[in-house]
Write a protein that binds this ligand. Structure first.
Ligand SMILES: *Cc1c(COP(=O)(O)O)cnc(C)c1O
Length: 340
């Protein structure tokens, strides 16, 4: 039994999802004639109380499109030093938008409103890049699936309003935050100018992300997506998976969170684990005490048992629970780990 915990993107479509995909009504989405894509976009826009939404082949493209929409070349955006848009999107912020990032030294990927305010360049000081955008991430990926305090997010929105900045949410794992904290899509929709959400992470779709915003912004996003090469034709087969996932796979994320917390507790009890980051959702980040056990030795004994996890550099390791990590796998994992 292979146990793959490297990411929540490793999931494969369920029978129900495949059935929904195979029976999807499709058309040419570049002409906006795919009924399933249109339905998904309407559904997600409505969920967030936004005017419009646009389907994307990846979360990276949805974020990069949002950044392009909110900025001009030479400008600067503010984000945490752990931000996915800065660390894991191939340098797209500068490549696609000609924009630089002002990195904030936050906690587990989260900054405070005071730090954001501090990071804004004075607009009349023409020597420095003009600050025009703040981008945050919920849950934080490199921050170990940490969830924001909604009050802090509101405070950052106030800072944005005072300084005429746009506010983008990279919500690749927003679903996990909503389930963990009993929050709603509506409250997030009301706070941000644009939000990207992933369908291919916790929700178990093979492909897809959605960007929501107002009508004018999303209209412009269609052009940017086309420029980035993201105009897809009969994408309804993929959108149907998204619709199915939104209807069936959100609430079950709580199971992934429970399993991750159990793993987190187990790791804390092992003598050769130096530290385990607080586990709020489906990501567990931990460190081996290399005085007691080498990283290579630990990883190779996991591999011998067909258990796969990922290194994050600097001695940190990551485990991500997901839909295809079954009860049987969890049971085996919890039994094997203390014996390794
Ligand atoms: C995975 C992820 C993305 C990008 O998703 P892709 O579909 O892999 O491009 C963006 N932001 C965060 C926080 C992520 O975890």
């Amino acid at each position: 039994m292979k146990i793959n915990l490297i990411s929540d993107t490793v999931t494969k479509p369920t029978k129900g999802m495949l059935k929904a995909m195979m029976s999807a009504e499709v058309g040419d989405d570049v002409f906006k004639e795919d009924p399933s894509v249109n339905l998904l976009e309407e559904k997600v826009a409505t969920m967030f109380g936004k005017e419009a939404a646009l389907f994307f082949p990846s979360g990276t493209m949805a974020n990069q499109t949002a950044i392009k929409l909110h900025t001009q070349p030479g400008e600067q955006l503010i984000c945490d030093k752990y931000a996915h848009i800065y660390n894991y999107e191939g340098g797209g912020v500068s490549f696609n938008s000609g924009v630089s990032c002002k990195l904030v030294d936050g906690e587990r990927g989260m900054m405070t409103a005071a730090q954001v305010k501090e990071a804004i360049n004075p607009p009349d000081f023409y020597h420095s890049p003009l600050t025009t955008l703040v981008s945050i991430e919920n849950t934080t990926n490199k921050g170990g699936g940490a969830c924001w305090d909604f009050e802090e997010l509101k405070a950052i929105r106030n800072v944005c309003d005072q300084h005429s900045l746009k506010y983008h949410l990279d919500g690749a794992r927003l679903w996990n935050a909503l389930v963990a904290n009993d929050e709603t899509t509506q409250q997030y929709g009301a706070l941000f100018h644009t939000i990207s959400v992933c369908l291919s992470k916790g929700l178990g779709c093979p492909v897809g992300s959605v960007l929501v915003g107002d009508q004018e912004t999303i209209q412009r996003a269609i052009r940017v997506r086309k420029v980035f090469g993201g105009g897809m034709r009969q994408a309804g087969f993929l959108a149907a998976a998204g619709i199915y996932a939104l209807d069936n796979h959100i609430n079950r994320l709580a199971e992934d969170h429970t399993k991750a917390k159990e793993i987190s507790h187990l790791l804390e009890s092992l003598p050769y684990i130096k530290s385990v980051a607080p586990t709020e959702t489906n990501i567990v980040i931990f460190e081996i005490d290399e005085q007691r056990r080498s990283l290579d030795d630990f990883l190779s004994s996991l591999k011998q048992n067909d258990i796969h996890i990922i290194g994050m550099g600097q001695g940190k390791l990551r485990i991500v629970t997901h839909m295809d990590y079954t009860e049987a796998m969890h049971k085996k994992f919890m039994e094997i780990i203390p014996q390794l």
